[in-house]
Design a protein around this ligand. Structure first.
Ligand code: 5RP
Length: 232
């Protein structure tokens, strides 16, 4: 690299770029669906700059709610709102069809609920999240604690390795009072069928495959700028 070559953007800068780019999808005067995570935090910060032009937000986690409120953005309960025009959230993985793995921040259940009540899902992600086949990132599954062992054994029968996510040496407890099982070693080639199947297992609250609630658009942060990927 010589003196005239700009340094490549860091992952954090790419997250800032896509967080700011997502503002173009926010509909003035409306309530925005807001996801969770470090990329979404950049979006929330950008949203703060136009807070007088929106009615407020429906949030997918306690963490996002606190960040929104700290910026003076009103947060509505999802039951107070029938339909949202747009939901903006990050992803742990996204494939070429807009199918995603989500839940690295343990907020997958509320994320899926808010995504389901939104007409469009805009995914914001840096290029490291773009994959050909879902499954390299440990798949988060929110479970009712008494079902954890059985759910893990079921994943092992599918060839995966499963463990209960811990924080400070104890099982992590989600915003919904449940646990997270993380599954490695899977290749999820049919995300729609996989999501349908796992969602029916007793004790599974939410599986972190977002195929039925896939992205409509992905704003992907790349070294050359923000690429807009549109999915049918
Ligand atoms: C939280 C999520 C996040 O969207 C996902 O983990 C991506 O997070 P980040 O933007 O921090 O990489 O699903 O449950």
């Amino acid at each position: 690299m010589n003196a005239s070559t700009p340094a490549p953007l860091t992952q954090d800068e790419l997250k800032t770029l896509v967080g700011q780019a997502a503002l173009q999808y926010v509909v003035p005067g409306e309530i925005v669906g807001v996801g969770t995570g470090s990329t979404v935090n950049k979006f929330i910060d950008a949203l703060g700059t136009i807070k007088d032009r929106i009615r407020g937000a429906v949030s997918s986690s306690v963490a996002s709610t606190e960040r929104l409120r700290a910026l003076g953005i009103e947060v509505f309960d999802s039951n107070e709102v029938d339909e949202l025009s747009v939901y903006i959230d990050g992803a742990d993985e996204i494939d070429g069809r807009g199918y995603m793995v989500k839940g690295g921040g343990a907020a997958l259940t509320r994320e899926k609920i808010v995504a389901a009540q939104s007409r469009r899902f805009i995914c914001i992600a840096d290029v490291s999240k773009r994959v050909e086949v879902l499954g390299a990132f440990p798949l988060p599954v929110e479970v009712i604690p008494m079902a954890a062992r059985r759910v893990m054994r079921q994943f092992e029968k599918l060839g995966g390795m499963a463990q209960v996510r811990e924080r400070d040496g104890l099982p992590l407890v989600t915003d919904n009072g449940q646990h997270i099982v993380d599954v490695t070693g899977l290749k999820i080639r049919d995300p729609l069928a996989f999501e349908s199947e796992i969602s029916q297992w007793p004790g599974v609250v939410t599986v972190g495959v977002f195929a039925h609630q896939k992205a409509d658009v992905c704003l992907l942060g790349t070294p050359t700028g923000v690429e807009t990927l549109k999915f049918d």
